[in-house]
Design a protein around this ligand. Structure first.
Ligand code: CMC
Length: 389
């Protein structure tokens, strides 16, 4: 096969140069533009982090205000887009709806958009970040038959998302600052993670010069899978299945059994062979919110904590360096905040949109990057003649 290197899934091939996110899985380090994720989660707010990821530096107060204004200006959906929702069965999964609605936006921003123009690229990126909370929230409100809510610019990004998810037309919405802060942190922690499956999907789609809204829809599709963004949903289902601490050994035994496809959801990571730094932050947030809501004795949290302790002491998990990942606790936290399980990955998609558009901008800022074209190791039949029949 000549000069081809066989690297299934490009696990050891750098597909691009990037100055956005740094991960050292062995050391358990994650940094956006050089800033450790723990510091950003502690000191920053989501839109500031979004600016950092998209533009490369933390914004000044004036830059942040201008950025926020631009996001506020673009956070509504075209009223015609809203009719898309009505075409879905009401029990459609929010991620299915989001793939479709974000993809459909490409039809709204296509003819007059020239992605060779940096200003227009930036405009598309801001539109995507701005609209995603309403797109996600509407997929939820539609599924439960509640009237769709519009953005309100007196809230920050996370608070606005929450008021669109939970606000009712017949009473004032009261934002709980503790939960809003926790949501903001969840968004920060999930904003980017270098060349993961969904981001690589976005980059590959974008390498052909495709419409950015269509590229992000491709990213949402990839994120949906249970081995990627769908994991937090699977974690909660697993914890509910386990039910109480005495059933944990059985679950652990199943996870270790090679004849059984069951895995401990929320454990293990392709890169982190140490504690996922995001898991530590989110565990703390989960404890804070549970205490704030008087849910310290949440049975799911009890199972999660016990499961973590047992797995961390187990030879199988130690040998394979399987630690809890970000999804292990995000599921518990989101659930405590009243976010329905089927919306978990949609929340992740809202956050990751910032990463996707940052990577998309970076790709287009490099004029030397042509269309991606992976090769293959052909293992089919050798050339043969069509038979005479
Ligand atoms: N439970 C039990 N065994 C596991 C698990 C698990 N969660 N994860 C990995 N293993 C075992 C696996 O069976 C293999 O064992 P052996 O060497 O004996 O065959 C070994 O550990 C290495 O596994 P791998 O599949 O080669 O590891 P990977 O780096 O390819 O997979 C992973 C990473 C995240 C897909 C995997 O750990 C997994 O399926 N975890 C559960 C799903 C999950 O929590 N996903 C969220 C990932 S973080 C969020 C995101 O990035 O979207």
């Amino acid at each position: 096969h000549g000069l081809l290197a066989y690297d299934p899934g490009y696990r050891s091939t750098a597909s691009c140069k990037s100055a956005i996110t740094f991960v050292d899985g062995d050391a358990g380090i994650l940094a956006y533009r050089g800033y450790p994720i723990e510091q950003l989660a502690e000191k920053s707010r989501f839109l500031e982090v979004a600016y950092l990821l998209m533009f490369g530096e933390l914004p000044s107060a004036a830059e942040e205000a201008t950025f926020r204004e631009a996001v506020c200006q673009h956070n509504l959906l075209h009223e015609q887009v809203i009719s898309f929702y009505r075409g879905f069965r009401r029990d459609a999964h929010p991620m299915a709806v989001m793939v479709a609605v974000v993809g459909a936006l490409s039809a709204f921003y296509h003819d007059d958009m020239d992605i060779r123009d940096p200003e227009q690229r930036l405009n598309a990126a801001i539109r995507l970040v701005a609209k995603m909370p309403m797109i996600a929230a509407a997929s939820y409100t539609y599924s439960i038959g509640r009237p769709l809510r519009y953005p309100r610019n007196e809230y920050d990004y996370a608070g606005n998302f929450m008021q669109m998810l939970f606000g009712m037309p017949n009473k004032d919405f009261v934002l709980d600052p503790v939960q809003a802060r926790a949501m903001d942190r969840i968004l920060i922690l999930h904003a980017d993670h270098e060349q993961n499956a969904s981001t690589s999907t976005v980059r590959m789609a974008a390498s052909s010069g495709a419409n950015p809204f269509a590229c992000i829809a491709a990213g949402i599709a990839s994120l949906w899978g249970p081995a990627h963004g769908g994991a937090n949903e699977e974690v909660v289902k697993m914890l509910i299945d386990i039910g109480s601490p005495e059933n944990i050994p059985k679950a652990i035994a199943r996870a270790k059994d090679k004849g059984d496809s069951f895995r401990l959801m929320g454990f293990g990571h392709r890169l982190y062979k140490n504690f996922d730094p995001r898991a530590r932050v989110i565990q703390e947030s989960a404890r804070e919110v549970l205490a704030h809501l008087g849910l310290e004795n949440d049975p799911l949290m009890a199972v999660a904590l016990e499961l973590e302790q047992i797995a961390l002491r187990d030879e199988y998990f130690i040998e394979r360096k399987l630690y809890p990942n970000v999804d292990f606790y995000s599921g518990i936290l989101l659930r405590a905040m009243g976010i329905p399980t089927k919306m978990f990955t949609a929340v992740f998609a809202v956050a990751r949109t910032v990463g996707w558009v940052s990577q998309w901008l970076e790709l287009h800022n490099d004029p030397t990057h042509g269309i991606d074209r992976p090769r293959q190791l052909y293992v089919g039949p050798r050339l043969r003649d069509y038979p005479h029949r």
